[in-house]
Design a protein around this ligand. Structure first.
Ligand SMILES: *[C@@H]1O[C@H](CO)[C@@H](O)[C@H](O)[C@H]1NC(C)=O
Ligand SMILES: *[C@@H]1O[C@H](CO)[C@@H](O)[C@H](O)[C@H]1NC(C)=O
Ligand SMILES: *[C@@H]1O[C@H](CO)[C@@H](O)[C@H](O)[C@H]1NC(C)=O
Ligand SMILES: *[C@@H]1O[C@H](CO)[C@@H](O)[C@H](O)[C@H]1NC(C)=O
Ligand SMILES: *[C@@H]1O[C@H](CO)[C@@H](O)[C@H](O)[C@H]1NC(C)=O
Length: 289
């Protein structure tokens, strides 16, 4: 009984201080359609995004968050998807916005998708890294997770970390940690730049293009304005994504990350000296992970 009572009290404290609740991996509970095609729909745990020559489509999370783990299983447009982009990203609103991106750039039949990542802090982006896919992202649903805490942002695919952006705020490099963000997902025509720099155009005879998203699971701290800046940054039991285990990658995770970076990375802004005229962004001189 005593054990039960202390457990109940512990549970109560957990719920009160946690500022978040455990959520189901369920699209209809956590997302709403916010843009586009009338054929797009959310049914139970499935979101269908549709693009044709009239419009693309998109959905967003019902809530805003500050730090957490943002997980979804996504199946990309199959066949000739050149010019078509599927996006899954966090973003705040207003000027000087923060944003953490996954974008999947389609390709002609038989040619590989490009996985495009970027991060904006206080309105400044230009931090792209791109990867070749090492699996067929159109054959099945894969787990794309953005893990965001006060130490770092980590992009994961099927549990493998592919990129890290560390917090170097103390050294004067902006980090997204003072504004709530929502998750957005969308499917749109980007044939002015997406495929081979805009040379390959979307072939509308293949329309409508369809992408699927399911098991969206934001295990994250709810954004409730300014008080959240400190509340969501605490290392409480509830904010498990802030715990020391997630402060740095483990040696096996680092080994996997290095492998992905070595084998599949096709673009890194920190290597693009031409673009920055030799004056690289300051984080490029620091340990990336
Ligand atoms: C998701 O939530 C909806 C609406 O609350 C419910 O009808 C559906 O059964 C849930 N699906 C799963 C897989 O939990
Ligand atoms: C869009 O596609 C439809 C169906 O294929 C076609 O009838 C229509 O002419 C197209 N519209 C434009 C602006 O290309
Ligand atoms: C998806 O990947 C994340 C990050 O590695 C992980 O925490 C989560 O458990 C995975 N989800 C499933 C359903 O395997
Ligand atoms: C598409 O395939 C070509 C040829 O393999 C490749 O050069 C290109 O990077 C791929 N991705 C995109 C988005 O164009
Ligand atoms: C567009 O797709 C159709 C059907 O797959 C194909 O017949 C046609 O040649 C394609 N057009 C171009 C410009 O590639």
């Amino acid at each position: 009984m005593a054990t039960f009572r202390s457990f109940s009290i512990a549970f109560l404290v957990f719920v009160i201080v946690s500022n978040h609740i455990v959520v189901d991996a369920n699209v209809s509970k956590n997302m709403v359609i916010n843009w586009g095609h009338s054929q797009s729909k959310i049914i139970g745990d499935n979101l269908q995004l549709v693009l044709d020559n009239s419009t693309g489509s998109g959905a967003k999370s019902k809530r805003s968050f500050l730090f957490g783990s943002f997980e979804a299983r996504i199946k990309l447009v199959p066949g000739n998807s050149a010019g078509v982009v599927t996006a899954y990203y966090l973003s705040s609103t207003g000027t000087a916005h923060d944003e953490i991106d996954y974008e999947f750039l389609g390709n002609v039949t038989g040619q590989p998708y490009t996985i495009h990542t970027n991060i904006f802090a206080k309105g400044v982006g230009n931090r792209e890294q791109q990867f070749r896919v090492w699996f067929d992202p159109t054959a099945d649903f894969h787990n794309y997770t953005i893990h965001w805490n006060p130490n770092a942002v980590v992009w994961y695919i099927d549990g493998t970390p592919i990129r890290v952006f560390r917090n170097y705020e103390k050294q004067g490099i902006a980090f997204p940690n003072k504004q709530g963000m929502r998750i957005y997902t969308s499917l749109w025509n980007a044939d002015d730049w997406a495929t081979q720099g805009g040379r390959v155009k979307t072939n509308w005879t293949n329309a409508p293009f369809i992408a699927g998203l399911r098991q969206f699971r934001p295990r994250a701290c709810y954004w409730n304005g300014v008080p959240s800046i400190t509340q969501c940054a605490t290392k409480s039991l509830a904010n498990w994504w802030n715990s020391p285990a997630y402060a740095r990658l483990s040696p096996p995770q680092l080994a996997k990350l290095n492998e992905i970076q070595r084998k599949y990375k096709i673009y890194d802004y920190c290597k693009d000296t031409m673009r920055f005229n030799g004056k690289m962004p300051p984080e490029c001189y620091k340990a990336q992970y």
